[in-house]
Design a protein around this ligand. Sequence first.
Ligand SMILES: *Cc1c(COP(=O)(O)O)cnc(C)c1O
Length: 395
Amino acid sequence: MTVRNGREFLALPGPTTVPDEVLQAMHRPAIDIYAGDAIALTASLQDDLRRIFNTRGRTYIYAANGHGAWEAAATNTLSAGDKVLALESGRFAVNWAEMARMRGAKTEILVGDLRRAVDPAAVEARLKADAGGEIKAVMVVQVDTATGVVNDIPAIRAAMDAAGHDALLMVDAIASLGTMPFDMDDWRVDVAVCGSQKGLMTPPGLSFVAAGPRAIEAHQTADLRSQYWDWTFREGDLHYEKYCGTPPEHLLFGLRRALDMIFEEGLDGVFKRHHILARAVRAAVDQWSKGQVLSYNIVEAAERADSVTTVRIDSGHSPTPLVDWCREHCGVVLGIGIGALDGKAFRIAHMGHVNAPMILGTLGVVEAGLQALDIPHGSGGVQAATQVIAGAADA
Ligand SMILES: *Cc1c(COP(=O)(O)O)cnc(C)c1O
């Protein structure tokens, strides 16, 4: 007997729930890629991506996942032998740097603590020691989806300034854009990347790169460029060139609807919704943690992301039975631990097209699973989460 029939809920940190409106916007015939509507669609998306990244820089749309945007960012700005400093706070900045290394860059990892955000003082110290300016780019993620950390991008920018270092600042906003503020120009981020399938509520398959003036300048001499990713080629007059081939039209129709939904709600409203729902999740985890088996991966409360929460499970318990129970009995698909947290944690995503019933339902199912499997936990997690929602209702 199960109670899973009905709509399955993806509580994964990507792909996230795709709104019906987005799915419906994609259900239409293909259109001419050389004329009118398709050209206007691309122009509107490039403009609105500028709004989402908060930049007057250029935006590029790739028929690729987030890894493609990583490669685009690296190859458009770097030359063979350039050194990249990856700020570790989980898995993703390191993997991004590895991609640059395979294309011919040198890489160095600023080793971090997988339970803390990047330490800006360590960034400053490392860059100060680079008196010869060997480091050409700093790579960091805003939210690391593996560990559940949120890094303070303005503080990292300030550390680079304090070191008097002119490396490019490259930020992966794949798990944060559309869930929390991102101010590319204010923060003087040189290159930012995002994908379609997380906060932006669109099926996987599109990714985005925003480039500021210093990145465009570096691009002029970068020698890792290749035609598919190349910004100059994509600035060509033909619509076809914007995608280096056939535009992924249906994904673009979906993205158009998703961005409209975000602007209809208002970015501030979107961020507030994510913050309230994240607080509800954390209220539940606070309670569950009292059982001494579950705990936050990120130890500092202020460093926990508003888009995903990584919960460790210790004392000889494994996350696998819980994740399986939630999926098989209740139709809730949690994220598993990845990287160093493989087999040690589960993840609850709260990003994109999520609301109170989705999150309260997910928390209720996790709490039921903890009870059914006799995993020690503090009681009252769901009740604490409902209090957050109740308190936020008139705020
Ligand atoms: C999901 C994710 C990626 C990878 O995106 P793909 O679309 O799977 O290639 C990179 N960085 C972060 C922070 C992510 O959350």
